[in-house]
Design a protein. Structure first.
Length: 65
């Protein structure tokens, strides 16, 4: 059961890494009226952070086997 909770936590963190920077950029764009600059930057940042984390998880999984 602990392995399932660990993977659920990793998947949730990964999803939040992809989504939160884009949402933050969207709301900052609306606040500062800079559409779509910060949304695009947040999306790129979130995608990059999410992919780096995903590759680290994949690397850890392959080393354990």
């Amino acid at each position: 059961m602990s392995a399932g909770i660990m993977w659920a936590t990793r998947a949730t963190a990964l999803g939040l890494e992809f989504a939160l920077p884009a949402l933050g950029g969207y709301y900052l764009d609306r606040f500062w009226r800079t559409e779509p600059l910060l949304t695009i930057l947040g999306t790129v940042l979130g995608f990059t952070a999410g992919m780096v984390h995903l590759l680290r998880i994949a690397g850890e999984s392959s080393k354990k086997r």
